[in-house]
Design a binder for this molecule. Structure first.
Ligand code: NAD
Length: 290
């Protein structure tokens, strides 16, 4: 297949490369030229706008930071809808607000373009391995049509409901991840202050009930003080903002999310916005004055 790929950042680059490895043709676009050059070196063809991608491809994947970026790329000047033919399928794999997915989908439908939302979990390592968890919203027939393409990038792809349901699922995922990192940071600081090495705590508890994929991935980073992203604090703030807005609109209480959001915003103000979300541990260092 000839697949358009727009948004070639930390996640988009390896995902596009996996499509190439699987034998697909990829037409890539990003506002940062080095990111396009990177996938062109792996065999992709470059495009100079989202419109140009849409003129060449009947399947287009977007992997962009947030709702305004996806709206601009799809509905804006030189955007996908200016170049797309009716019948084109748009797979938006960015993590954005479910309401934005619904709005963008409506604009797509008006031009005969079919859209599904298909955000992912797993981060850069799983994007590289092609083992992302993919959560999908939208027309089930379209999901089934592109299932094999999704499974090049992921090890699972679950249809969760109508358009926006993929992003609602992703928001639930982001609540669990954020709270889990905060819990690990809080517990490690308690152990440190009480005189027990966090490495020993990790070794002792990782096989028990407190063990988790999040702790396995983030505890070593916290203990090494290595906060290179990975998943940036600023992107997690974006997701928690979408969680809080969605929660308020549907009447779902989010007291713990609100607390972790405050921590992340403090870290952003302290200059950690571009660091990995495991830098939540720095918030506890600040509180504990260590
Ligand atoms: P990133 O910032 O590394 O990549 C985003 C890319 O989009 C950048 O290369 C940027 O130049 C490009 N871009 C922005 N505006 C554009 C435009 N108008 N036209 C074309 N390109 C544009 O971010 P990322 O980490 O790759 O994340 C992408 C999405 O995936 C986000 O929604 C994020 O929340 C989600 N996500 C990230 C991770 C992770 O671990 N990094 C994990 C799961 C999901």
């Amino acid at each position: 297949m000839k697949i358009g790929f727009i948004g070639l950042g930390i996640m988009g680059k390896p995902m596009a490369k996996n499509l190439l490895k699987a034998g697909h043709e990829v037409v890539g676009y990003d506002i940062v030229k080095e990111n396009v050059d990177n996938v062109v070196a792996a065999g992709a063809k470059p495009a100079s706008s989202a419109k140009e991608v849409a003129e060449q491809c009947s399947i287009i994947i977007t992997m962009l930071p947030n709702s305004p970026h996806v709206k601009e790329v799809v509905m804006g000047e030189n955007g996908i809808l200016e170049g797309a033919k009716p019948g084109t399928i748009l797979i938006d794999m960015s993590s954005i607000a479910p309401l934005a997915s619904q709005e963008i989908c409506k604009a797509c439908e008006a031009k005969g373009v079919k859209m599904i939302d298909a955000p992912v979990s797993g981060g850069e390592p799983k994007a590289i391995d092609g083992t992302l968890s993919i959560m999908v919203g939208g027309d089930k027939a379209v999901f089934e049509q592109v299932y094999d393409i999704l499974m090049v990038m992921g090890s699972s792809a679950v249809h969760c409901g109508d358009i926006g349901a993929g992003n609602t699922t992703k928001l639930a995922n982001q609540v669990i991840v954020a709270l889990n990192i905060a819990a690990v940071s809080e517990a490690f600081m308690l152990a440190t202050k009480a005189g027990v090495d966090p490495q020993l705590v990790f070794d002792a508890i990782k096989g028990g009930l407190a063990g988790s994929t999040v702790m396995n991935a983030k505890a070593p980073m916290i203990m090494e003080g290595n906060f290179e992203p990975g998943f940036k604090i600023d992107l997690h703030i974006k997701d928690l903002n979408n969680v809080l807005e969605t929660g308020h609109s549907v009447g779902s209480p989010l007291p713990l999310t609100a607390a972790v959001m405050e921590m992340m915003q403090t870290l952003h103000a302290d200059g950690y916005g571009q660091k990995d979300h495991s830098a939540l541990a720095k918030y506890y260092e600040k509180l504990a004055n260590t």
